[in-house]
Design a protein around this ligand. Structure first.
Ligand SMILES: [Cu+2]
Length: 305
């Protein structure tokens, strides 16, 4: 080891104080009301999104404090130990056990802290025991979305091992998009809505930045997550998994409305005759509803598989 330590402790103390002051300034400027305080994450409109935002902010603050310490030490060493004469040879130091122990333990501690907070937030966001008020059967297909809102009697609770043909409501009303029509996902405020995610073709990903959530939509299995929106408003959503030539058109609008407006919306869909006993799936939709039957993308898909 060619390390040499500062000879005077005073300089180190000054550097440490500077780091603490910078950290304190950062923390005090951290608010969720502005983009800087959110570290560029969009404003969050759900309970789950707020948990994700806190993790994001904490991770940034920890990383910045670490960065300030490292940058501070680098510049301190550059200036304090610069070469002063052409023939100067620095003090040659071998081994520094306390320092070596420190820089082994410190990164391990950092990893433990990041890991613990990530797992904690993940468990909170993906909590299976949170009571579900509504279920929406989501189908991602090349290249849009279908949202089947469960209505009528709820026969059972969807469990963790949801299978592909298990539906908990006896009726569904649907909103469906096409590559040229962007569908709207309407959600009631302050209620927990569970998304059961299905795909008939390739992997898609249902993501809503305003809720801080996204999840893969994988053919042959049912992924799911729940969201409790807590702010009425309009948000954007899209497919986050490159899924084919019109992937970029897999957009959808998200509208969080009052519970009364949500009930009215669902009734309106029913009044339009968009009621089915089983949720509309991508295949049924592409062949019967959207007039995409002539689209040869399905055939190409079949050939490449
Ligand atoms: Cu997609």
């Amino acid at each position: 080891m060619g390390l040499h330590l500062p000879e005077r402790k005073r300089g180190r103390r000054v550097a440490l104080l500077g780091v603490l002051a910078a950290g304190a300034a950062l923390l005090s400027g951290c608010s969720t009301d502005n983009e800087w305080g959110r570290f560029a994450m969009p404003e969050q409109a759900s309970e789950q999104g707020e948990a994700v935002l806190s993790l994001w902010q904490g991770a940034w603050i920890a990383a910045l404090v670490t960065g300030v310490v490292v940058w501070g030490l680098i510049f301190y060493a550059i200036i304090r130990y610069r070469r002063r004469s052409p023939d100067e040879i620095p003090v040659q130091t071998r081994y520094n056990l306390p320092l070596e122990i420190f820089y082994t333990i410190a990164p391990v501690l950092m990893v433990i802290v990041f890991f613990t907070h990530t797992v904690k937030t993940q468990n909170e966001v993906l909590d299976e025991d949170r009571p579900v008020d509504n279920t929406i059967e989501v189908v991602g297909f090349q290249w849009s979305w279908i949202f089947n809102h469960g209505v009528g009697e709820r026969t059972e609770e969807a469990d963790e091992d949801l299978t592909d043909d298990e539906y908990v409501y006896d009726e569904y009303v649907f909103e469906a998009g096409t590559t040229s029509y962007i569908p709207t996902l309407v959600l009631p405020v302050d209620q927990t809505t569970r998304f059961n995610l299905r795909s008939n073709d390739v992997i898609h990903n249902l993501g809503i930045p305003g809720f801080g959530m996204r999840m893969d939509v994988i053919p042959g299995r049912v992924n799911h997550y729940s969201i409790t929106p807590n702010k009425i408003g309009e948000y954007a959503g899209k497919c986050y998994e490159l899924c084919g030539v019109a992937h970029s058109r897999m957009l959808f609008k998200v509208k969080v409305v009052s519970q009364e407006d949500y009930a009215a919306y669902v009734e309106d869909l029913a009044a339009q005759g968009r009621t089915l006993e089983e949720p509309l799936t991508g295949n049924a939709y592409t062949t019967t509803q959207a007039g995409l039957a002539g689209d040869d993308s399905e055939d190409q898909q079949g050939e490449t598989e």
